[in-house]
Design a protein around this ligand. Structure first.
Ligand SMILES: NC(=O)c1ccc[n+]([C@@H]2O[C@H](COP(=O)([O-])OP(=O)(O)OC[C@H]3O[C@@H](n4cnc5c(N)ncnc54)[C@H](OP(=O)(O)O)[C@@H]3O)[C@@H](O)[C@H]2O)c1
Length: 278
């Protein structure tokens, strides 16, 4: 069953193969309920971020579930505008407090540049953040460290400065937008790709080509999207605030044929390729 499977990161840490996304999930009832339902459904991996503003509600749902903390994989992210060593330590502590936990399973630099200035060269700042994250990792406060929205050159700079290769790169990844250059680079370095926006934030859920593919497998477009990510060796992070969708998005235990995967991998441009502000 998909919800029981795990990928193994380069440092040996196991990470459940699907995680619940929580971007644009309002703090309070929506965030609390979506995490609560996800845990009921069998998800054991929640993806949040400091800037989503919902870490405290995520924490409450996890606490109330009474599931052992060690069984739940929590990812959160350093805000994209924080590019200093001190800022990393202080934001990390705030996230720990919001999440009411002693450690974070996966901590990511949210983006290589602030969302207000996409493309800005923040190499020095990213290295400073990375050094702080390595210290927290060595102190056992974080089980795995990684990046998000990083290009090969951004990752190379971190490795060159510290010798530490990120364990994860979380990128915008869905049918028609597989960012092949970054994906190939990461696969060669054993960096797990997490597929954010596996439904292109809903943009591809009415696509006609995908409709025909779903019909062929007697399934739904969301499941084709999730299975596609999974069969390409990436870890999908579907977001929903609806109970039945949250449950449904875990049920993609079927096989897309090699030919159909080739076809889906050949599609391009069915959703926009811009990184979204998250
Ligand atoms: N690192 C980054 O920079 C970054 C950026 C973007 C996203 N992310 C992460 O990736 C997660 C997912 O990406 P995303 O939020 O962009 O969106 P997504 O998962 O691609 O799509 C979510 C949209 O699809 C709808 N949906 C979900 N399941 C459905 C189903 N079974 N049938 C029909 N509609 C369905 C949701 O509606 P309802 O909620 O109304 O059900 C929502 O409108 C985020 O939540 C976040 O954790 C990270």
């Amino acid at each position: 069953m998909i919800q029981k499977e795990k990928f193994t990161l380069s440092n040996g840490i196991k990470i459940p193969t699907v995680g619940l996304g929580t971007w644009q999930t309002k703090d309070g009832e929506d965030a609390y309920n979506s995490v609560k339902w996800a845990l009921e459904a069998g998800y054991r991996h929640i993806d949040t971020a400091y800037t989503y503003g919902n870490e405290a509600s995520v924490a409450k749902a996890i606490k109330d579930s009474k599931i052992d903390r060690k069984e739940i994989f929590i990812t959160t992210k350093l805000p994209a505008n924080i590019k200093t060593y001190e800022g990393t330590l202080s934001h990390f502590t705030q996230s720990l407090n919001h999440l009411e936990t002693e450690y974070i399973d996966l901590y990511l630099i949210h983006a290589p540049w602030p969302w207000t200035n996409v493309g800005e060269d923040c190499t020095e700042g990213n290295i400073a953040c990375w050094k702080a994250m390595i210290e927290l990792y060595n102190a056992g406060k974080i089980k795995a460290i990684g990046v998000s929205n990083f290009h090969p050159k951004d990752i190379e700079a971190l490795i060159e400065a510290t010798g530490v290769v990120p364990m994860v790169n979380q990128i915008r990844y869905f049918i028609g937008n597989t960012q092949d250059k970054i994906t190939t680079y990461c696969k060669e370095r054993n960096i797990l790709i997490e597929a954010y926006s596996p439904f292109a934030t809903g943009e591809i859920l009415e696509n006609e080509k995908l409709f025909h593919m779903a019909k062929k497998y007697n399934t739904t477009i969301p499941k084709i999207c999730l299975r596609f990510c999974y069969q390409n060796g990436t870890l999908p992070l579907p977001k929903s605030i609806h109970k039945e969708r949250i449950f449904d998005n875990l049920e993609f235990d079927f096989e897309i044929t090699k030919e159909d995967m080739e076809y889906l991998n050949s599609l391009s441009g069915i959703g926009s390729i811009k990184p979204l502000r998250s």
